[in-house]
Design a protein. Structure first.
Length: 410
């Protein structure tokens, strides 16, 4: 009887152990991936949240609660690959920046601590590992492509068209397939300017200054991009009025043109944009017209000044270069004693008015020189041959002399 009782007791203990073992196995269940952040789709794989080209992406794969032997969990890529630029870490973190639009599918194996203890991954599944296929779709991103904004000028109409593309790869862009809506994300435009929803900044700026604004381009599905736009507003460039100097062959001339407005002094560059200057005269980059003319003539020209932001103004002028002053040779008309005598001295070139004088010799008595007019006049009193040297001086100080003879007959 004692042996039978012993056998019954042992059988009861084994039965209880078996029951307990069944309870534990049933409680643990099979190791599996959680349904988030990647969810089961109508296909056989788990669909992860979409990624966007060039945008930060981060999700964390998880094990379903209550499955397998418990943490720590290890995630291993066994087939395929996530999108270029995105990687799978052993702790289940899927992160990076996708560089190419498209759909990528890849297999991941999940292992729990039972795997680490050598339990192994059994064919068809088991408590130590699980395998699932995942899918990540990478969509093109909105990319604002507007370049540096052109400078603006107070009181002048301004227009800037903002641009954006859809970027689907490192070198792949295309126009947006649906309209973009533009808005101001932060900052403010110069007073007088406004951003239209179509992406055009227009208006007439009223206040000088430097302005920064962040513009946003958005698709109806929420995809958007922002970019900082800087607009400098300055007053217009103007050139002060100048009276052109009178000039003469061989006489140095100098005229300093002066500008104001724009980005200010020290940023201006001058150039000859039309016409020509006399040979021997040049326009320097600082706006100085200087030199010694070598030829006579009329020279219309246009001098243009630009500031560092390409604002410009033009000065239209005309230099008139006279011939070099020259008292003309030639015999003077014969005079007669007691008879009225009047001769006008002749000169060519020079810049009026001329002033005349006798610098050598003596005029016949009774004859004098009208210095402002260059006229010899009077009634000679004594016959003879009179030699004189006359001088003409013009408004620029140029001097010309000539020896002349006056014959006075009885």
């Amino acid at each position: 009887m004692s042996r039978r009782r012993t056998h019954l007791r042992l059988a009861g203990v084994l039965t209880l152990a078996a029951l307990l073992a069944g309870v534990v196995t049933s409680a643990a269940g099979a190791l599996a991936f959680a349904d988030e952040p990647c969810y089961p789709s109508s296909a056989d794989w788990l669909t992860c949240p979409d990624a966007m080209v060039d945008k930060d992406y981060s999700i964390k794969l998880e094990a379903k609660t209550g499955g397998g032997a418990g943490p720590p969990y290890t995630y291993v890529l066994i087939s395929g690959a996530p999108p270029p630029g995105i990687t799978l870490r052993s702790d289940g973190l899927v992160s990076g920046k996708a560089t190419q639009a498209g759909q990528w599918r890849f297999w991941v194996e999940l292992r729990d601590k039972g795997w680490e203890n050598g339990e192994g991954c059994f064919s068809g599944g088991g408590n130590s590992c699980a395998q699932r296929e995942f899918s990540i779709t990478v969509v093109p991103r909105v990319l604002v492509t507007v370049g540096p904004a052109p400078p603006a000028t107070v009181g002048a109409p301004y227009s800037l068209t903002l641009t954006a593309v859809m970027k689907s790869g490192p070198e792949a862009t295309s126009p947006p397939q649906s309209p973009l809506t533009w808005s101001i994300d932060s900052g403010s435009l110069p007073p007088g300017l406004a951003l239209q929803p179509t992406g055009v900044i227009t208006g007439t700026p009223t206040t000088e200054g430097s302005y920064q604004v962040v513009v946003k381009a958005a698709l109806i599905d929420g995809r958007n991009d922002t970019q900082l736009v800087k607009i400098d507003v300055r007053t217009a460039v103007t050139i002060a009025a100048r009276t052109l100097p009178r000039s003469e062959v061989g006489v140095p001339l100098r005229l300093a043109l002066a500008a104001s407005g724009g980005t200010g002094p020290g940023t201006y560059t001058w150039s000859l944009s039309a016409g020509s200057l006399p040979q021997g005269v040049v326009l320097a980059a600082d706006g100085t017209i200087a030199g010694t003319p070598r030829v006579a003539g009329t020279f219309p020209f246009t001098a243009t000044v630009k500031d560092s932001q390409e604002r410009s103004a033009a000065f239209n002028g005309q230099l008139i270069v006279a011939e070099r002053l020259q008292v003309l040779p030639g015999p003077l008309r014969t005079a007669k004693v007691g008879r009225p005598y009047r001769v006008k001295l002749r000169a060519r070139g020079g810049v009026a008015p001329l002033r005349w004088r006798i610098v050598a010799g003596t005029l016949p008595r009774g004859v004098r020189l009208e210095r402002a007019l260059g006229v010899l006049e009077g009634a000679p009193r004594k016959a003879g041959r009179y030699r004189v040297v006359v001088e003409a001086r013009d408004a620029l100080g140029v001097v010309s002399r000539r020896a002349l003879v006056i014959d006075v007959r009885a």
